[in-house]
Design a protein around this ligand. Structure first.
Ligand code: 3HC
Ligand code: NAI
Length: 703
């Protein structure tokens, strides 16, 4: 027996413990060891029942995700066949679930005749989140156990259920209090089954999983989600698999599931989502920051500035149960900020997302103040005042004077130099950038900006805090715009310029949303505010002075007070929430193009795609080369979680790898020639991209 399984006998019961830290992922070696242990128990006449459990913190987190896309994923014994064998056991098998039972882990439990779980266990089928579907019987056994509707919801939401919900659904048979020994309880359960001569396999609770559902149930379900699923393969095929569970025998359904599973497993979408899964975990591994570093406690946070960002940041911490003191300059601004927070929570209550008690509990965690003395003892301060270096520096001077030693001082600046802010304090090692995205209580991304002197401990503490508040943290070095906004610049530049050259805003945005972006870049500028974009440009006129022509249209919109959605006009006209093409904008771009000597022409969708995307990718490659981003996966996480890049394309860097780096380079070189002076000025391939292509590399990495 290998060490991957802890095999013991307790009287007539064989105890089979999965023992592959950290989460008992069912890779080929563990599958083989489980198969061997199972056959040993079945072949042992002394054994009358089996208990399968997980050693460590999980029952099992499912199939080993790193095997997908390689032959190891289906290497003998493949999980589906192994679980079919388990399901045919002549002896009762009890799954004892403590910790998580996810994906193939839950499917293992489903193949057992009986299931018992601890109160804190969570059970789920998250496969669609990584572009897969449950491929070891889950789409067939779950509907037969809890009905097609509940099963479909679990499979397509990817959400886990708690043990008590699982009990109510009939997904587990017994609940064990936390602190009680789940293995002992499962062994008792197995003995009771033997005493009662219970069958090894019970009849399914739902012989017809779709019983009672309308004939159009599956069509209606898909139709209601067609927008959310747009362009995605996994949810569509997962639905088809559950549908198969309602249409024929278990064997037929399992065979159909296998076909559909192999289809998603080999898809580019799943490869992209798996890349994202691992990128998210890699992003927490930072050079120079050891895993064992002692973290600073963060039990109380202060936020300076109760505007759009300050309010959202305060909510972010209150939502995680962390008390926040919100500091403003004037009473009115503070009252406005606090009222806005309350209104936000009230709208969550209206939408049924929050109870009134929860609203009050969260508000009780947020205290307003006008006095710095009230924040002297907090553990972390996040400054979110106006985007002005002088104002921010004066705030940091005050913080340096009043705050206790060991406090972490963070700025939410989106463009300013964190090192210049840190330099006004006597403790630059405690200063860091925490760049939240708007709305800060909703958006997942947190760019953590590592200053020149930021200490490893401060970095590690903020990364840990990000996880506590359910944020996806990505570390960036200091540069204008950090990772995300710096890449936005060339991407947006092409979008603006293309409109001058003859595309319409709707055409440009249409190409991007067709690719799967949540929003086209020009619509995004309208949403963020044409005035906001203008002010950022104003502070950068020097850097872009050699050719600011491409922003002439946006400058013109600003001059006319067309600030985007908030004024009802920008690149588009707005009627309520509806976005309408504005012919005056088209006419204005004609006039401007004329003035600037830009020839208008018909622009193809391919050109829009290539110019916007290749410039975005090129800047990402450059950031990697400069060391602003540590890994290309970090860049992907930023764009997926902060800028609406479709997760199923894996982020701009992964997308570039799929397209081929030589295609990206050739495209950049093509437009460099094609676009005259403008091309010569802006279409400069990143040296790293050139080196990668010359070295025939397919992955974006430092070279
Ligand atoms: N396969 C391979 N590695 C896995 C894994 C899996 N299923 N689940 C977790 N890991 C690895 C992580 O990559 C990480 O590795 P690292 O330390 O080298 O970075 C380590 O285990 C710990 O994971 P986390 O950092 O995520 O630990 P947490 O405690 O925060 O979370 C978890 C644990 C909730 C289990 C989370 O890791 C998770 O959600 N895992 C994925 C679950 C999943 O998607 N399962 C379905 C797999 S597909 C499948 O089963 C197909 C089947 O239907 C055929
Ligand atoms: P805002 O204008 O909505 O809020 C700023 C608040 O700071 C105001 O309430 C103001 O009264 C207060 N304030 C100004 N000076 C102060 C001082 N000395 N002490 C205490 N309070 C003071 O601005 P917003 O949009 O919230 O931006 C804040 C910061 O967050 C800026 O640095 C901005 O660049 C950054 N940011 C903004 C994002 C956005 O989408 N709005 C996204 C990410 C970062």
């Amino acid at each position: 027996m290998t060490t991957l399984i802890d095999y013991r006998l307790d009287g007539q019961v064989a105890l089979i413990g999965l023992d592959r830290p950290p989460v008992n992922a069912l890779g080929q070696p563990l599958r083989a060891a489980l198969a061997e242990a199972f056959e040993q128990a079945i072949g042992d006449a002394q054994v009358c029942a089996l208990v399968i459990y997980g050693q460590g913190r999980a029952f099992s987190a499912g199939a080993d995700i790193s095997e997908f896309g390689s032959p190891a994923a289906f290497a003998t014994p493949d999980l589906a066949s192994l679980l079919s064998r388990l399901a045919d056991s002549p002896k009762p098998v009890v799954a004892a679930i403590a910790g998580v039972a996810l994906g193939g882990g839950l499917e293992t439990a489903l193949a057992c005749g009986y299931r018992i779980g601890t109160a804190s266990a969570t059970l789920g089928l998250p496969e669609t989140r990584i572009g897969l579907l449950p491929g070891a019987g889950g789409t067939q056994r779950l509907p037969r156990l809890i009905g097609a509707e509940a099963a479909l919801e679990m499979i397509l939401s990817g959400e886990s259920v708690s043990a008590s919900q699982a009990l109510a659904l009939g997904l587990i048979d017994r609940l064990v209090a936390d602190g009680d020994d789940v293995l002992a309880a499962a062994t008792d359960f197995a003995r009771t089954l033997l005493d009662e001569s219970a069958p090894a396999q019970r009849a399914w609770r739902y012989s017809d999983p779709a019983q009672g559902l309308p004939a159009s149930f599956f069509e209606d379900y898909a139709a209601a989600r067609s927008r959310r699923w747009k362009g995605q393969l996994a949810p569509v095929l997962a639905l088809e698999a559950v549908r198969a569970a309602c249409a024929g025998s278990l064997e037929e359904g399992l065979a159909r599931e296998q076909v559909l599973f192999k289809q998603v497993e080999s898809s580019a979408q799943s490869a992209a989502l798996r890349h994202q899964f691992f990128a998210q975990r890699e992003a927490l591994k930072i050079s120079g920051v050891s895993k064992d570093i002692a973290l600073r406690p963060v039990d109380h946070v202060a936020v300076i500035g109760a505007g759009t960002m300050g309010g959202g940041i305060a909510m972010n911490f209150a939502n995680a149960g962390i008390p926040v003191t919100l500091l403003e300059l004037k009473g009115e601004a503070l009252d406005r900020g606090l009222m806005h927070i309350r209104k936000n929570y009230e709208s969550s209550v209206k939408r049924g997302k929050l109870t009134v008690q929860q609203l009050e509990a969260r508000m009780a965690l947020i205290t307003g103040t006008l006095e710095y003395a009230d924040i002297a003892n907090v553990d972390l301060v996040i400054e979110a005042v106006f985007e002005s270096l002088a104002i921010k520096q004066s705030v940091f001077c005050t913080l340096d004077k009043v705050c206790k030693a060991g406090v972490i001082l963070a700025t939410n600046t989106s463009t300013l130099d964190v090192d210049l802010i840190a330099a006004v304090t006597r403790r630059p090692q405690d200063v860091i950038g925490l760049h939240f995205f708007s709305p800060a209580n909703i958006m997942k991304l947190l760019e953590v900006v590592r200053g020149r002197e930021t200490s490893a401990q401060v970095l590690a503490t903020t990364l840990h805090l990000a996880r506590r508040t359910d944020k996806i943290a990505v570390v960036s070095g200091v540069c204008f715009g950090f990772i995300g906004n710096r890449m936005l610049e060339p991407y947006a530049r092409e979008a603006h310029r293309l409109v001058l050259e003859g595309a319409t805003p709707a055409q440009v945005d249409g190409v991007l949303t067709e690719l799967g972006l949540a929003m086209g870049v020009l619509s995004m500028y309208d949403l963020a505010g044409i005035d906001v974009g203008y002010l950022v440009r104003e502070s950068r006129r020097e850097a872009i002075a050699h050719d600011a022509s491409y922003f002439k249209l946006a400058d013109e919109l600003y001059a006319h007070g067309h600030y985007g959605q908030k004024t009802g006009r920008g690149f588009y006209r707005y009627e309520g929430r509806e976005r309408i093409e504005d012919y005056e904008v088209v006419a204005c771009s004609e006039v401007l193009a004329n003035e600037l000597g830009i020839a208008r022409r018909v622009i193809s969708n391919d050109e829009i795609h290539d110019r916007c995307l290749f410039m975005l990718i090129n800047e990402g490659v450059q950031l990697l080369d400069e060391g602003i981003a540590e890994r290309s996966g970090d860049i992907d996480l930023v764009w997926i979680n902060g800028y609406g890049f479709p997760a199923w394309l894996g982020g701009p860097m992964h997308y570039a790898e799929q397209m081929g780096l030589s295609r990206v380079l050739a495209g950049i070189e093509h437009y460099r020639e094609q676009l005259g002076d403008y091309g010569q000025m802006w279409f400069q391939a990143a040296p790293l991209l050139q080196r990668l292509v010359a070295a025939h590399q397919t992955r974006i990495q430092r070279l």
